[in-house]
Ligand binder design. Structure first.
Ligand code: CP
Ligand code: NVA
Length: 306
Protein backbone atom coordinates (compact mmCIF):
# COMPACT_ATOMS: atom_id res chain seq x y z
CA UNK A 1 0.00 0.00 0.00
CA UNK A 2 1.28 3.47 -0.88
CA UNK A 3 0.48 6.89 0.56
CA UNK A 4 0.69 10.16 -1.39
CA UNK A 5 2.31 12.43 1.20
CA UNK A 6 4.95 14.20 -0.91
CA UNK A 7 6.03 13.88 -4.55
CA UNK A 8 9.34 12.51 -3.26
CA UNK A 9 7.46 9.32 -2.21
CA UNK A 10 7.41 8.37 -5.91
CA UNK A 11 9.75 7.85 -8.84
CA UNK A 12 9.41 9.94 -11.99
CA UNK A 13 8.11 6.82 -13.74
CA UNK A 14 5.34 6.36 -11.14
CA UNK A 15 4.29 10.02 -11.32
CA UNK A 16 4.14 9.79 -15.12
CA UNK A 17 1.96 6.66 -14.79
CA UNK A 18 -0.50 8.69 -12.66
CA UNK A 19 -0.43 11.50 -15.23
CA UNK A 20 -1.15 9.15 -18.10
CA UNK A 21 -4.06 7.63 -16.14
CA UNK A 22 -5.34 11.17 -15.55
CA UNK A 23 -5.07 11.98 -19.25
CA UNK A 24 -7.00 8.84 -20.18
CA UNK A 25 -9.74 9.48 -17.60
CA UNK A 26 -9.92 13.17 -18.54
CA UNK A 27 -10.54 12.23 -22.18
CA UNK A 28 -13.28 9.79 -21.12
CA UNK A 29 -14.85 12.37 -18.80
CA UNK A 30 -14.89 15.04 -21.52
CA UNK A 31 -16.67 12.48 -23.73
CA UNK A 32 -19.13 12.02 -20.83
CA UNK A 33 -17.97 8.46 -20.26
CA UNK A 34 -17.84 7.92 -16.54
CA UNK A 35 -15.94 4.66 -16.11
CA UNK A 36 -16.48 3.26 -12.59
CA UNK A 37 -12.81 2.59 -11.75
CA UNK A 38 -13.64 2.93 -8.03
CA UNK A 39 -17.18 1.64 -7.82
CA UNK A 40 -18.57 1.53 -4.28
CA UNK A 41 -15.33 2.96 -2.87
CA UNK A 42 -15.45 5.72 -0.26
CA UNK A 43 -13.01 8.60 0.05
CA UNK A 44 -12.87 10.27 3.48
CA UNK A 45 -11.92 13.95 3.10
CA UNK A 46 -10.66 15.54 6.32
CA UNK A 47 -10.31 19.33 6.23
CA UNK A 48 -8.62 21.30 9.00
CA UNK A 49 -8.30 24.33 6.67
CA UNK A 50 -10.60 26.00 4.13
CA UNK A 51 -10.81 24.87 0.52
CA UNK A 52 -12.70 25.44 -2.70
CA UNK A 53 -10.76 23.50 -5.37
CA UNK A 54 -9.52 20.60 -3.28
CA UNK A 55 -12.89 19.87 -1.78
CA UNK A 56 -14.90 20.14 -4.99
CA UNK A 57 -12.38 18.28 -7.17
CA UNK A 58 -11.94 15.33 -4.80
CA UNK A 59 -15.66 15.03 -4.05
CA UNK A 60 -16.73 15.25 -7.70
CA UNK A 61 -13.75 13.11 -8.73
CA UNK A 62 -14.56 10.13 -6.52
CA UNK A 63 -18.25 10.39 -7.48
CA UNK A 64 -17.42 10.32 -11.20
CA UNK A 65 -15.24 7.25 -10.55
CA UNK A 66 -18.29 5.44 -9.15
CA UNK A 67 -17.55 6.02 -5.47
CA UNK A 68 -18.55 8.55 -2.85
CA UNK A 69 -16.74 11.25 -0.90
CA UNK A 70 -17.34 12.13 2.74
CA UNK A 71 -16.60 15.75 3.59
CA UNK A 72 -15.29 15.72 7.16
CA UNK A 73 -14.65 19.22 8.44
CA UNK A 74 -12.56 19.46 11.59
CA UNK A 75 -15.39 21.39 13.23
CA UNK A 76 -17.86 18.58 12.64
CA UNK A 77 -15.82 15.58 13.74
CA UNK A 78 -14.34 14.72 17.15
CA UNK A 79 -10.84 15.58 15.87
CA UNK A 80 -11.80 19.23 16.41
CA UNK A 81 -12.63 18.48 20.05
CA UNK A 82 -9.30 16.81 20.72
CA UNK A 83 -9.67 13.19 19.61
CA UNK A 84 -6.09 12.18 18.69
CA UNK A 85 -5.07 11.92 15.04
CA UNK A 86 -3.96 8.31 15.55
CA UNK A 87 -7.39 7.30 16.89
CA UNK A 88 -9.17 9.21 14.11
CA UNK A 89 -6.97 7.35 11.62
CA UNK A 90 -7.68 3.93 13.12
CA UNK A 91 -11.43 4.54 13.13
CA UNK A 92 -11.95 6.21 9.76
CA UNK A 93 -9.56 3.94 7.85
CA UNK A 94 -11.56 0.87 8.96
CA UNK A 95 -14.62 2.30 7.25
CA UNK A 96 -13.39 4.00 4.07
CA UNK A 97 -11.15 2.94 1.16
CA UNK A 98 -8.97 6.04 0.91
CA UNK A 99 -8.42 9.24 2.88
CA UNK A 100 -7.47 12.76 1.82
CA UNK A 101 -6.32 15.18 4.51
CA UNK A 102 -5.73 18.93 4.51
CA UNK A 103 -4.00 19.92 7.72
CA UNK A 104 -1.24 22.04 9.25
CA UNK A 105 1.94 20.13 10.16
CA UNK A 106 3.22 17.46 7.77
CA UNK A 107 3.87 15.36 10.89
CA UNK A 108 0.10 15.18 11.59
CA UNK A 109 -0.47 13.81 8.11
CA UNK A 110 2.38 11.33 8.59
CA UNK A 111 0.92 10.25 11.93
CA UNK A 112 -2.47 9.62 10.31
CA UNK A 113 -0.80 7.63 7.52
CA UNK A 114 1.20 5.56 10.01
CA UNK A 115 -2.03 4.40 11.68
CA UNK A 116 -4.15 4.14 8.52
CA UNK A 117 -5.19 0.86 6.92
CA UNK A 118 -5.89 2.64 3.62
CA UNK A 119 -3.93 4.99 1.31
CA UNK A 120 -3.69 8.60 2.53
CA UNK A 121 -3.40 11.59 0.19
CA UNK A 122 -1.94 14.96 1.17
CA UNK A 123 -4.53 17.61 0.26
CA UNK A 124 -2.12 20.36 1.48
CA UNK A 125 -0.06 20.82 4.61
CA UNK A 126 2.09 23.72 5.78
CA UNK A 127 5.01 21.92 4.08
CA UNK A 128 3.70 20.58 0.75
CA UNK A 129 0.84 20.61 -1.78
CA UNK A 130 1.77 17.63 -3.99
CA UNK A 131 -1.60 17.02 -5.71
CA UNK A 132 -1.49 20.62 -6.91
CA UNK A 133 2.00 20.27 -8.34
CA UNK A 134 1.27 17.08 -10.25
CA UNK A 135 -1.75 18.95 -11.64
CA UNK A 136 0.50 21.84 -12.60
CA UNK A 137 2.76 19.43 -14.48
CA UNK A 138 -0.25 17.96 -16.33
CA UNK A 139 -1.19 21.55 -17.26
CA UNK A 140 2.36 22.26 -18.44
CA UNK A 141 2.14 19.20 -20.71
CA UNK A 142 -1.16 20.44 -22.16
CA UNK A 143 0.31 23.90 -22.80
CA UNK A 144 3.48 22.37 -24.37
CA UNK A 145 5.72 23.55 -21.54
CA UNK A 146 7.02 20.25 -20.22
CA UNK A 147 10.05 19.68 -22.52
CA UNK A 148 13.06 21.10 -20.64
CA UNK A 149 11.18 24.17 -19.44
CA UNK A 150 12.60 26.99 -17.38
CA UNK A 151 10.14 27.64 -14.55
CA UNK A 152 10.34 30.79 -12.42
CA UNK A 153 8.59 30.78 -9.04
CA UNK A 154 8.40 34.25 -7.54
CA UNK A 155 7.12 34.70 -4.00
CA UNK A 156 6.90 33.03 -0.61
CA UNK A 157 9.08 30.00 0.18
CA UNK A 158 5.94 28.16 1.31
CA UNK A 159 4.27 24.79 0.65
CA UNK A 160 3.89 25.59 -3.07
CA UNK A 161 7.53 26.61 -3.43
CA UNK A 162 8.66 23.44 -1.64
CA UNK A 163 6.47 21.34 -3.92
CA UNK A 164 7.85 23.06 -7.03
CA UNK A 165 11.32 22.11 -5.74
CA UNK A 166 10.23 18.48 -5.53
CA UNK A 167 8.53 18.48 -8.95
CA UNK A 168 11.47 20.13 -10.73
CA UNK A 169 14.07 17.91 -9.11
CA UNK A 170 12.17 14.68 -9.87
CA UNK A 171 11.11 15.62 -13.42
CA UNK A 172 14.51 17.12 -14.21
CA UNK A 173 13.78 20.69 -15.32
CA UNK A 174 15.19 24.12 -14.45
CA UNK A 175 13.51 25.87 -11.52
CA UNK A 176 14.48 29.36 -10.47
CA UNK A 177 13.01 30.14 -7.11
CA UNK A 178 13.05 33.79 -6.02
CA UNK A 179 11.89 34.68 -2.50
CA UNK A 180 12.52 37.79 -0.40
CA UNK A 181 15.24 37.49 2.23
CA UNK A 182 13.80 35.80 5.30
CA UNK A 183 11.13 33.93 3.28
CA UNK A 184 13.38 31.27 1.71
CA UNK A 185 12.35 27.62 1.50
CA UNK A 186 13.32 25.31 4.32
CA UNK A 187 17.03 24.49 3.91
CA UNK A 188 16.34 20.75 4.34
CA UNK A 189 13.85 20.78 1.46
CA UNK A 190 16.34 22.62 -0.76
CA UNK A 191 19.06 20.11 0.17
CA UNK A 192 16.73 17.21 -0.66
CA UNK A 193 15.83 18.78 -4.01
CA UNK A 194 19.51 19.28 -4.85
CA UNK A 195 20.20 15.66 -3.95
CA UNK A 196 17.41 14.40 -6.25
CA UNK A 197 18.50 16.88 -8.95
CA UNK A 198 21.95 15.27 -8.98
CA UNK A 199 20.51 12.16 -10.61
CA UNK A 200 17.65 13.69 -12.64
CA UNK A 201 19.67 16.49 -14.25
CA UNK A 202 17.39 19.19 -12.84
CA UNK A 203 18.80 22.68 -12.36
CA UNK A 204 17.72 24.31 -9.10
CA UNK A 205 18.58 27.99 -8.75
CA UNK A 206 17.81 29.82 -5.50
CA UNK A 207 17.57 33.62 -5.78
CA UNK A 208 16.35 36.74 -4.00
CA UNK A 209 15.81 38.75 -7.21
CA UNK A 210 12.47 38.04 -8.94
CA UNK A 211 13.52 39.65 -12.23
CA UNK A 212 16.62 37.48 -12.48
CA UNK A 213 14.35 34.44 -12.03
CA UNK A 214 11.87 35.43 -14.72
CA UNK A 215 14.27 36.41 -17.56
CA UNK A 216 13.74 33.91 -20.41
CA UNK A 217 11.34 31.69 -18.42
CA UNK A 218 8.77 29.43 -20.12
CA UNK A 219 6.51 29.28 -17.07
CA UNK A 220 6.11 31.98 -14.42
CA UNK A 221 4.27 31.12 -11.24
CA UNK A 222 3.55 32.48 -7.80
CA UNK A 223 1.30 31.90 -4.79
CA UNK A 224 -0.30 33.96 -2.06
CA UNK A 225 2.05 35.85 0.25
CA UNK A 226 -0.25 35.01 3.15
CA UNK A 227 -0.87 31.28 3.40
CA UNK A 228 -3.57 29.80 5.62
CA UNK A 229 -2.42 30.20 9.22
CA UNK A 230 -0.26 33.29 8.45
CA UNK A 231 -3.06 35.85 8.49
CA UNK A 232 -1.61 37.68 11.53
CA UNK A 233 1.56 38.46 9.55
CA UNK A 234 -0.28 40.19 6.69
CA UNK A 235 0.94 43.77 7.27
CA UNK A 236 4.59 42.76 7.61
CA UNK A 237 4.45 40.34 4.71
CA UNK A 238 2.88 42.86 2.31
CA UNK A 239 5.76 45.24 3.12
CA UNK A 240 8.44 42.56 2.86
CA UNK A 241 7.17 41.26 -0.52
CA UNK A 242 7.36 44.70 -2.20
CA UNK A 243 8.65 44.21 -5.77
CA UNK A 244 7.50 40.57 -5.93
CA UNK A 245 4.15 41.10 -7.67
CA UNK A 246 4.01 39.31 -11.02
CA UNK A 247 2.77 42.16 -13.22
CA UNK A 248 2.99 42.84 -16.96
CA UNK A 249 6.46 44.40 -16.64
CA UNK A 250 7.72 41.26 -14.96
CA UNK A 251 6.02 38.96 -17.51
CA UNK A 252 7.73 40.95 -20.30
CA UNK A 253 11.03 39.51 -19.10
CA UNK A 254 9.86 35.93 -19.71
CA UNK A 255 9.75 34.28 -23.15
CA UNK A 256 7.15 35.76 -25.52
CA UNK A 257 5.03 32.61 -25.35
CA UNK A 258 5.49 32.08 -21.58
CA UNK A 259 2.49 30.98 -19.55
CA UNK A 260 1.56 32.08 -16.05
CA UNK A 261 0.29 29.53 -13.51
CA UNK A 262 -1.32 30.07 -10.10
CA UNK A 263 -2.75 27.37 -7.84
CA UNK A 264 -5.44 29.84 -6.69
CA UNK A 265 -6.95 31.48 -4.75
CA UNK A 266 -5.21 34.56 -6.21
CA UNK A 267 -5.02 37.91 -4.47
CA UNK A 268 -4.91 40.51 -7.24
CA UNK A 269 -2.77 43.53 -6.45
CA UNK A 270 -0.55 41.48 -4.16
CA UNK A 271 1.29 38.46 -5.65
CA UNK A 272 -0.18 38.99 -9.15
CA UNK A 273 -1.74 41.87 -11.05
CA UNK A 274 -5.28 41.61 -12.38
CA UNK A 275 -3.93 42.16 -15.89
CA UNK A 276 -1.56 39.17 -15.75
CA UNK A 277 -4.13 36.87 -14.22
CA UNK A 278 -6.77 37.77 -16.80
CA UNK A 279 -4.28 37.57 -19.70
CA UNK A 280 -3.40 34.02 -18.61
CA UNK A 281 -6.88 32.94 -17.50
CA UNK A 282 -6.91 30.02 -19.95
CA UNK A 283 -3.86 28.39 -18.35
CA UNK A 284 -4.81 29.29 -14.78
CA UNK A 285 -8.38 27.97 -14.96
CA UNK A 286 -7.33 24.89 -16.94
CA UNK A 287 -4.91 24.32 -14.06
CA UNK A 288 -7.82 24.57 -11.63
CA UNK A 289 -9.98 22.19 -13.69
CA UNK A 290 -7.11 19.73 -13.97
CA UNK A 291 -7.26 19.19 -10.20
CA UNK A 292 -10.36 17.09 -10.92
CA UNK A 293 -8.68 15.01 -13.62
CA UNK A 294 -5.24 14.64 -12.00
CA UNK A 295 -6.61 13.51 -8.65
CA UNK A 296 -8.68 10.81 -10.36
CA UNK A 297 -5.41 9.52 -11.82
CA UNK A 298 -3.81 9.58 -8.37
CA UNK A 299 -6.75 7.83 -6.67
CA UNK A 300 -7.03 5.11 -9.31
CA UNK A 301 -3.25 4.51 -9.19
CA UNK A 302 -3.20 4.27 -5.38
CA UNK A 303 -6.25 1.98 -5.42
CA UNK A 304 -4.53 -0.31 -7.92
CA UNK A 305 -1.40 -0.52 -5.71
CA UNK A 306 -3.14 -1.80 -2.57
N1 CP B 1 -5.29 25.42 -4.90
C1 CP B 1 -6.03 24.92 -3.90
O1 CP B 1 -5.67 23.94 -3.25
O2 CP B 1 -7.20 25.57 -3.68
P1 CP B 1 -8.21 25.37 -2.45
O3 CP B 1 -7.51 25.94 -1.23
O4 CP B 1 -9.43 26.14 -2.82
O5 CP B 1 -8.47 23.92 -2.27
N1 NVA C 1 0.15 28.49 0.10
C1 NVA C 1 -1.29 28.50 0.15
C2 NVA C 1 -1.85 27.58 -0.87
C3 NVA C 1 -3.34 27.57 -0.97
C4 NVA C 1 -3.89 26.58 -1.96
C5 NVA C 1 -1.76 28.13 1.54
O1 NVA C 1 -1.19 27.21 2.16
O2 NVA C 1 -2.69 28.76 2.04
Amino acid sequence: MRHFLTLADFTKHELLEMISLAQKIKKQTLERKYVPYMQHKTLGMIFEKSSTRTRVSFEVGIYQLGGIGLFLSKNDIQLGRGEPMKDTARVISRMVDMVMIRTFEQSKLEEFAAFSKVPVINGLTDSYHPVQLLTDYLTMIEFHKSENPIVAYVGDGNNMAASWLMLASIMGFELRLATPKGYECDAKVVAKALEIADTSGAKIIILNDPKEAVIGADVVTTDTWISMGKEDEKVKRVADFKGYMVDSDMMQLAKDDAIFLHCLPAYRGYEVSDEVLEAHADAVFSEAENRLHMQKGIMVWLDAHR
